[in-house]
Design a protein around this ligand. Sequence first.
Ligand code: FE2
Length: 327
Amino acid sequence: MCTACPAGGYLSGRAEEEPRAGQESLTVGSWRPTISEVHGLALHGQAVRSIFVFCGVKESMRVLFVGDIVGSPGRQIVRDRLADIVAQRRIDLVIANGENSASGFGITPRLAEELLRMGIDVLTGGNHSWDRKEILEFLPHEPRLLRPANFPGGNPGSGLYVGTAKNGLKYAVLNLQGRVFMTPIDDPFRKADSELARIPEDVAFVFVDMHAETTSEKIAMGWYLDGRVTVVVGTHTHVTTADEHVYPQGTAYITDVGMTGPHGGVIGMDRNGIITKFLNGLPARFDVASGDVQMNCVLIETDDEGPRNAAGRLRARSIERLRFCID
Ligand code: FE2
């Protein structure tokens, strides 16, 4: 509560601008009143900033995570929408999962570079990170393209990236992969311990993408890392879950962010091929689906005014699900 504010309302650290009509179809989770709701006025951003100064409210870090980008429809909606979202929501850092961006299976060097040019700061991966053989040589040359850290040592690339966000704060992104109903790779929990120990002390914001099949393994990782990282998000299953929340020690969490791509099929792939496979059990080639293209994301805002977590990192203030659709 901002007690010094004339309106006595809750204020986020940034002036919210209303999305343009038709641009955003759904905003759910962690509701906060908009500035205009608090003050009963449609205030210009500069005026709102003056009120922040009057109230002594500091800036906060705003991080957008874009759920698994599938095929050309997924890349297209990111190309069409991301720049506006970043501007309107005043995003400091954009992270996305890109392991399905090449026709649903893997990512190529060209597509990785294309997605990074669209405004994504770091790309995470998963079980499909290795699908395109040309990516093996590329991974060591692009540190912003991650693959799960708990694959065997000696594999190309890294599961950890440390960088500096637009607001000047240092951040780290850690990519892990679950083992339940997946390839039996190294323990993601102990790997998280060893990777977090490598992150420099001056890193303010630590983000974890836990790419896993089961809800239980992802929720367990959320609890395991609560108070040690700022965010844990789940990816891989491509279906948004409604369990976003902030754990008691300040770690924001959601079991699955959902998919960025066509929802007219089965988790991004053409439904006829998938149904046929369920009917006859024969090997089949799957194509990317079409129709109902959505961009599913979460927006995490940090608590810059309160105490840091036990590891000295920023605590999350809120996590909000966002869904954008093709007009
Ligand atoms: Fe996956």
